[in-house]
Design a protein around this ligand. Structure first.
Ligand SMILES: [Fe+2]
Ligand SMILES: [Fe+2]
Length: 364
């Protein structure tokens, strides 16, 4: 898939979606690394106007207070037989790798045992990346408390800090108690987190975290929720998704008016950012760490994976919630439909009229 020249700018600088060299450009990261520093340069804003100037955000704040829950109350004593769970889910999913594509690779020799191991590792990888993303969301929400100018938004965002802490708590506990070690943060996801957290413009924190990453999380949780038969994970995901729907709504409510009043040049920056986030989201789906763990070098497998229709399908599905959010914000059609054209190239414009959030409204 070729990306038009018009779209090349900014954080990725790519001319091809499947730019193998760029995808494989993964530096050695110190496995002992504990702390990761990102320099930021944003203003911390006090407001002395405590009146409710954004009533919709105030309503969301009330909803968030009433919707708090305790991670300890999930049924942690559930016995999780992860091999059985993954085997069942793979059977339910019905997606089969076309092995003829992989003839000249080490995985051509994989039998059922290896595929099951891959499924388990892949699940552990997805949940680990989710955990890192939840920490990123917690940091971004706390940044929003500091940088957003309106009181209603500050108090709402403070509830989101607690929500994201609880999400990180439950994913951490699920992996540690039911699956084993946590995978390190994926290199492409880390680049995206660095970019979002490092940007000093407050609306970019919203756009990157509340729209792009929250949208990715909602799609991924929705998929896992519907496929999984494991009761603890199902309940965990349901609780998390109710919170995440609120978070996406917050991002859209805050940004809509602001974007309406921006110049075309300012909007183009946001369109670039949204589009480039989709490229990073694309690169991370190959799960190179899982293959490495199973003795397969990324350079031997990624050139094949990018041609596999199953991966194209997964990438498109992962962006299903992002497209309608971009539409709600008016980002699709500004600048002669620049982002609409990019989403057409990515084959995801068909999601524009899907529901962006509210997968599980309270009381369902
Ligand atoms: Fe979250
Ligand atoms: Fe969130």
């Amino acid at each position: 898939m070729t990306i038009t020249k018009d779209s090349v700018k900014g954080i990725t600088g790519r001319t091809q979606l499947n730019d193998i060299e760029a995808i494989l450009d993964i530096p050695e990261v110190n496995p002992e690394e504990i702390s990761h520093f990102i320099k930021t340069n944003s203003d911390s804003i006090f407001t002395w106007d405590y009146s409710s100037t954004k009533p919709q955000l105030h309503r969301l704040y009330e909803k968030a207070k009433a919707g708090q829950w305790n991670g300890n109350s999930l049924p942690w004593d559930t016995d999780v037989d992860i091999e059985k769970v993954v085997a069942e889910e793979e059977a339910n999913l019905g997606l089969r790798v076309d092995i003829s594509l992989y003839q000249d690779t080490p995985i051509a020799k994989w039998g059922e045992k290896e595929w099951l191991e891959f499924g388990i590792e892949s699940r552990r990888w997805v949940l680990s990346q989710t955990l890192h993303g939840e920490q990123g969301a917690m940091i971004c929400a706390s940044k929003i408390v500091e940088t957003v100018p309106w009181w209603d938004a500050k108090v709402y965002a403070s509830t989101q800090v607690v929500d994201e802490a609880r999400h990180a708590e439950v994913f951490n506990r699920y992996i540690s108690e039911k699956m084993g070690d946590i995978y390190p943060v994926n290199w492409h996801a880390r680049k995206l987190l660095d970019h979002i957290v490092g940007d000093s413009r407050w609306d970019m924190t919203y756009l990157g975290m509340q729209v792009m990453l929250e949208g990715l999380a909602l799609a991924s949780f929705g998929h896992m929720y519907h496929m999984s038969s494991e009761p603890l994970l199902k309940q965990l995901l349901r609780q998390v998704m109710i919170d995440e729907s609120r978070h996406v709504a917050f991002g859209t409510l805050c940004l809509k008016d602001v974007y309406e009043n921006m110049t075309d040049a300012e909007i183009k920056d946001r369109q670039d950012f949204a589009y480039e986030s989709c490229i990073y989201i694309h690169d991370r789906i190959y799960q190179y760490e899982v293959f490495e763990n199973m003795g397969v070098k990324p350079k031997d497998i990624i050139p094949i994976l990018i041609k596999d229709p199953v991966n194209v399908f997964i990438h498109r599905l992962s962006l299903a919630k992002i497209v309608p959010s971009c539409k709600n914000l008016g980002l699709l059609d500004r600048n002669n439909g620049w982002l609409r054209k990019r989403f057409e190239e990515l084959g995801i414009i068909g999601f524009e009229n899907e529901n962006a959030g509210d997968e599980f409204p309270e009381g369902e």
